[in-house]
Every structure is written in C-alpha cells, then in structure tokens.
Write a protein that binds this ligand. Structure first.
Ligand code: PLP
Length: 378
C-alpha cells in the first residue's frame, strides 16, 4: 500500500502524459513553451483570479511574493507555528522577522485571535512593522479568511495565502489560491496537484504585481530578456512540467478532487467514534492533501503508527516539530508566546494514506487496524 500512489495515477493518465511530453520534446521549446502560458490561463480560470504566474517551486512562489511587496528589514511577517518549514523560511531570507502564531486545534490553521494578539504585541514594542499574514491552507483546508481579512484590513497588512497544500479547497464556493492579496501553490509531486519534479505558481488579481512577478521570475527583466531593471531570480516552470500539469489539472477537476473527498468521507464515517478525525467546518471544502488524525498522547500516536507499519500501512507525522523549535530560526524569531496547541499537535497527529486512487478495501482495512489498536491499547 502506498501513502500517496503516484504510480497508479501515472498508469491511469499514461497515454496522454506520454504523448504530451513527446510533443514538447519534438518541438524543443523546453523553457517558456506554449504549454506554460496555456496552463497559466487554465489555472487562473480554475481558481477564479485574473493572473497566474508559474515559477520553479512553491518556496520560490512565497519568496517572490515577499519580494514583490518589498518586504525586508524591520518588517514582521506572521506565520503559523504548525506548517511546513518553507512557509517561514522565506521570511528571514528576505531580511524580515517571522512571528510564529499558534493554530486552532480543530482545523490546524492559524488562530485569528492569537494572531491579533501577536500583532498588537509587535505594535506595542514599536520595533517592527506588521506587514504580512502568511495564511497556510494546511492539509487542504482553507484558513479562516473572513477573520483573517478583517484583521489584515484593521492593521493595513497583506495576506499571503500559502496554498501549497490547499489547491482545490473552497470556502463559500470561492477557491483556494484566490484568498490572498497574493496566493501561492506548489506542484511538488505529493501535493494535491503535483507535477513530475518541482514547480509552483503565484496568483493575484493585481495587474501591477503580476507584471512585477513576471519580471522577478526572469532575472528582473525589463522590456526584453537582456534588459535587466531589477534584481530578480531564475524561477520558471519547465515546459515539460506544464504539459504534465495540463493533463493532471483536467483529472483533478473531473474526478480526483471528488475522489479524495469520497475517501475522506469513508475514513471519517468509520473512525469518528474511535479517534479525533479531521474537522471541515461548514462552508468549507478540503482538497485533502493529508487526512490527519489527532490522538490522545504521544505514546498512543507512536504506538498506532508502529502498529499500522506492522500491518503494512504507511502513515506520516506532519509535523513532528513546531516552527518555533526549528534551530534555523533561533537567531531570527523573537521568543515564542503561547504556542501550546501546536506543541501538542506535533506530539499527537498522524496522517493516513490519502490519494484519489485509494480503494475502498484499503480504507476499510486501514480503519479496521486503527480501531483494533485503539480498542486493544486504549
Ligand atoms: C510544500 C510546501 C511548500 C513548499 O513548496 P515546494 O514546492 O516544495 O518548494 C510551502 N508551504 C507549504 C505549506 C508546503 O506544504
């Protein structure tokens, strides 16, 4: 059994993907081929924003957004404490200060009340300027954007939506990658919409920011490639990856997102009386980058993981360490305040196999083993 079965997906889409790759190779436009702009149009349309600018990966996408806003020294950027490292890594990289904020125990997303308290603390200290809220759509579920937008408006801040795991999620019919002033995603193979290598994209409704991003992605180009008007970087999506993503986006739209929601429904129905299953608040739709249980203790979590492994079931701990405990931030982030929910989640979460090609028999088997362990070990 696979945690995320990318081989199965390839088997299903093989004929189309192979043909699309062969066509790119025959044409030889490996960088900025027509597939790239076609994909950008399709992604912008799917998400419901004006502009999509593809780039080399989801981390670059976040960095480029901060560069476009001119975020740097003496700026405070608020980041959830419970996320993948890259959500915070990009902050010191541009010279700004990351402030880690606790998350909600049910949705795993940034806690709006604690965020506002953290902003007020920074304002009181009077050293840093609060500029950006990095809102991560963790495990496929959009963050609480109504609350976050009100806070961003109140303190005149930007929202940077990190939808690396959130692509395909929805809130009140609006799609992930449309909630930020700038939103980003990743096409790392294991993400909800993945390619066959690294890739990323940036979304915005702002015309000026979009053209600035297009320049920053290609060495700060001006009117043409060898006219360089600012310091940028080299961050582009390969034509081959765009060709693969066009086909995968079609499958995602037509059935993959529905399939993971069906799988999640089966898991929750079977397990909700035994363990704490993931919560999708009303009005929200998840794209299930992960299906994550919360156990009662570290011992119970580790024991369950070992028991599943004995039974040939892969599972993962996303994430074992809060951001504020990462050594990399020891000299850049100020002393943490009230990050107790994250600290507890890192000890108790466990993600089960989740992908669009997961069979009902596999889910039944996994659920039976989870129940067996909890009944036996209590
Ligand atoms: C994967 C991920 C990223 C980084 O994406 P890459 O394409 O691997 O650079 C950023 N944020 C979150 C929340 C992620 O899960």
């Amino acid at each position: 059994m696979q945690f995320r079965d990318l081989k199965k997906q390839y088997q299903v889409l093989k004929d189309r993907i192979d043909a699309a790759c062969a066509e790119v190779m025959a044409r030889g436009a490996f960088i900025s081929g027509e597939e790239v702009s076609r994909l950008e149009d399709a992604l912008a349309k799917y998400v419901g924003v004006k502009h999509c600018v593809t780039c080399a990966n989801g981390t670059d996408a976040l960095s480029l957004a901060l560069m476009a806003w001119g975020i740097g020294k003496n700026d405070a950027v608020f980041v959830p404490d419970f996320t993948f490292f890259a959500s915070g890594e990009v902050v010191p990289e541009c010279g700004a200060t990351p402030i880690f904020v606790d998350v909600e125990p049910d949705t795993f997303n940034i806690d709006a009340e604690k965020l506002e308290r953290a902003i007020l603390r920074v304002l009181e200290e009077g050293i840093l300027t609060p500029r950006v809220i990095v809102a991560v759509d963790l495990f496929g579920l959009p963050a609480n954007y109504p609350a976050l937008s009100a806070i961003a408006d109140r303190y005149n801040m930007y929202i940077l939506e990190d939808a690396a795991q959130g692509f395909g999620g929805e809130l009140e019919g609006k799609r992930a990658c449309s909630f930020g002033d700038i939103s980003t995603t990743s096409f790392f193979p294991a993400k909800p919409l993945g390619c066959y290598g690294d890739g990323g994209a940036i979304f915005t409704d702002d015309d000026e920011i979009a053209s600035l991003l297009r320049s920053l992605c290609v060495h700060g180009k001006g009117s043409f490639k060898y006219d360089n008007i600012r310091i940028g970087r080299n961050s582009r999506l390969d034509t081959l990856q765009a060709a693969i993503l066009e086909i995968k986006l079609d499958a995602f739209e037509k059935y993959e997102r529905d399939a993971v929601n069906t799988a999640a429904g089966l898991y929750t129905k079977a397990l909700c009386d035994t363990v704490k299953t993931p919560v999708v608040p009303s009005g929200y739709l998840s794209s299930w980058a992960q299906y994550t249980l919360t156990l009662e203790s570290r011992g119970q979590r580790d024991g369950l993981q070992a028991y599943l492994k004995e039974n040939g079931i892969p599972s993962m701990v996303y994430y074992p360490k809060p951001m504020h405990c990462q050594k990399a931030f020891e000299n850049t982030a100020p002393a943490p305040v009230d990050l107790s929910v994250t600290t507890c989640l890192c000890d108790t979460v466990l993600s089960l196999p989740m992908h669009p090609y997961l069979e009902k028999e596999d889910i039944d088997f996994i659920c039976a083993k989870v129940k067996e362990y909890i009944k036996k070990e209590g």
